[in-house]
Write a protein that binds this ligand. Structure first.
Ligand SMILES: NC(=O)c1ccc[n+]([C@@H]2O[C@H](COP(=O)([O-])OP(=O)(O)OC[C@H]3O[C@@H](n4cnc5c(N)ncnc54)[C@H](O)[C@@H]3O)[C@@H](O)[C@H]2O)c1
Length: 303
């Protein structure tokens, strides 16, 4: 047991399985009291079960740590609030809120139903908002705290998961907004785009050459929650951790600009744009064939 998070209280959503579970266990092992939230659903978000959160809380306590389980659905405002209220009731403070909960409903855009779009966006994007909303109110008063959102490399776009990709892009903008809006209150906010062997990644139909374990991701989250990261002023960042690789994503910025003499017309833009501002080639577009081949050959992570 280390002491990276000694005396802190951390809430983790989706902490019953996969990456969230590893994050909860690692936070407890580093000295934090942990709120273990998990609605206990299947990969597509069905069949909730409260035992999933309870089992991880019990595992932490059995190892000598402190934990409390919350089985609520964080896509509802009341669920996010309960996660935060539980931290206050049990630990009297909240230093970290880590939003890991997620589901998948894969479908090509032209076939996607409202029932495939809404729950995915609600779990990832609104589910990060509900917890960030409640946690940030507490952290603002405390004058300290760290928010961590979970995104994906798929925020760049996805062939068959437009719902998931859109939600994960939204999580990044939400994290950056939190970093900006809470900076003056001593609160940091960052996003993690992991690649780790879980039941969810076993279903991802794409090439995953670089993949690691949930424990690798947990180590990064512990660091981001720690005073070491806060002292470095790390906020508004997106990090990927994939086995031995750790990477920071670029901030969005204008790449090239050109200016008109007078007003724009479609004709002037057609003459002007290709040779001046041009395009920024889309890396994933160049990998479409390779991804399709990998999906067709069943080249997927083995867990
Ligand atoms: N595993 C990867 O390689 C990978 C890659 C990119 C992004 N991610 C992201 O990392 C996060 C964790 O993924 P994982 O692979 O550990 O998945 P997982 O399926 O193993 O775990 C997700 C957990 O979230 C819980 N959950 C789902 N909806 C919930 C809700 N409404 N309220 C509370 N809990 C809920 C589930 O019950 C489950 O235990 C997700 O946000 C996922 O999108 C994972």
């Amino acid at each position: 047991m280390g002491n990276f998070l000694a005396g802190k209280a951390v809430a983790v959503t989706g902490a019953g399985r996969g990456i969230g579970r590893a994050v909860a266990l690692a936070c407890a092992a580093e000295g934090a009291g942990v709120v273990v939230n998990d609605h206990g659903v299947s990969v597509d978000g069905a069949e909730p079960a409260s035992e999933v959160a309870q089992a991880v809380a019990a595992e932490i306590e059995a190892a000598g740590g402190e934990a409390v389980a919350v089985a609520d659905d964080i896509s509802a405002m009341a669920g996010g609030q309960r996660v935060v209220d539980t931290a206050l009731a049990r630990f009297g403070r909240l230093d970290g809120a880590v939003c890991v909960a997620g589901i998948l409903r894969e479908r090509m855009l032209f076939n996607m139903t409202e029932d495939e779009w809404d729950p995915v966006v609600a779990t990832h994007l609104k589910g990060t908002f509900t917890v960030f909303r409640a946690a940030s109110a507490v952290m603002r008063k405390q004058g300290s705290g760290t928010l961590v959102g979970f995104t994906s490399g798929n925020h760049q776009g996805s062939v068959a998961q437009a719902n998931y990709a859109a939600a994960k892009g939204g999580v990044i903008s939400l994290v950056r907004s939190a970093a900006l809006g809470l900076h003056k209150y001593g609160v940091t906010a960052n996003a993690v785009a992991p690649v780790a062997r879980t039941r969810m990644s076993a279903n991802v139909p794409m090439e995953l050459k670089e993949i690691g374990e949930p424990e690798d991701v947990a180590a990064l989250v512990v660091y981001l929650l720690s005073e070491r990261a806060r002292a470095e002023g790390i906020t508004g960042q997106v990090y990927t951790i994939a086995g031995p690789k750790i990477a920071v994503w670029a901030q969005p910025r204008e790449l090239r600009a050109a200016y008109a003499d007078g007003t724009w017309t479609p004709e002037r833009i057609a003459d002007f744009l290709p040779g001046t501002v041009g395009t920024d080639p889309m890396p994933m577009l160049a990998r479409l064939d390779a991804m399709a081949r990998a999906a067709a050959s069943g080249d997927r992570p083995n867990r």
